[in-house]
Design a protein around this ligand. Structure first.
Ligand code: ZN
Length: 171
C-alpha cells in the first residue's frame, strides 16, 4: 500500500504515451497494484479515476469511482483489470480533466453508454453496462492504457476551460 507520484504530462509525456501491456503478474502483484492505485487516487480529493500508466506501471489496470455524475459524491474507488470496451453509444460532450494534466479542463465527446468486460478485483470475469458519467470515466481510463490523453480528444482551443469554470474533477 503506497501513494505513488502521478506521472505528469508536462515532465514525462513519453511515459503517458506508452501503451500498456496485458496483465501478466500473479494475483498478489495485481492486488498490490490496485491497492497503490486506490491509495494514490484517494490522495487526490478531486480524483475519480486513475490508470496504472499514471503511476508508471504499463499494465492494463485502472481504478474508478462510480456515481460521480450530476455533481454527486462519488463512491469508493474500485479496481478493473484488463478492461475491454465491447460496445459504446450515446456520444455526448462533457467536462474532462486529468490528474496528469492538473489545472487543465476541456469539453470532450465521449460515450455515455458502454458495455464493458474485464476482471474485478477478485479476478472474476464480469460484463457491466455503464451509463452516463460512469461510462465517460471508464472511457478516459481505458484511453490511458492506449497512450491516449483527453487533450487528443479536444476539438478546438475554445473547448478549454479554466479551473474556476468547472466543478473540478480529475480522472
Ligand atoms: Zn487521466
Amino acid at each position: 500500500m503506497a501513494v505513488r507520484p502521478v506521472v505528469l504530462y508536462e515532465t514525462n509525456e513519453a511515459e503517458l504515451r506508452q501503451k500498456s501491456e496485458p496483465v501478466l503478474g500473479g494475483a498478489r502483484q495485481v492486488k498490490s497494484l490496485v491497492s497503490d492505485l486506490k491509495d494514490t487516487l484517494r490522495h487526490h480529493p478531486n480524483g475519480i479515476g486513475l490508470a496504472a500508466p499514471q503511476i508508471g506501471v504499463h499494465q492494463r489496470v485502472v481504478v474508478v469511482c462510480f456515481g460521480a455524475g450530476d455533481a454527486k459524491k462519488p463512491g469508493p474507488p474500485i479496481g478493473i483489470i484488463s478492461p475491454v470496451i465491447i460496445e459504446v453509444g450515446r456520444e455526448l460532450p462533457d467536462f474532462d480533466g486529468c490528474l496528469s494534466l492538473p489545472g487543465l479542463y476541456a469539453e470532450t465527446v465521449r460515450p455515455h453508454f458502454m458495455r464493458l468486460q474485464g476482471l474485478d478485483e477478485r479476478g472474476t470475469a464480469f460484463e457491466w453496462t455503464l451509463e452516463g458519467f460512469d461510462a465517460v470515466v471508464v472511457h478516459h481510463e481505458v484511453d490511458h492504457l492506449n497512450g491516449v490523453l483527453f487533450i487528443d480528444r479536444v476539438s478546438s482551443l475554445g473547448s478549454y476551460y479554466t479551473e474556476d469554470e468547472v466543478r473540478g474533477v480529475y480522472v
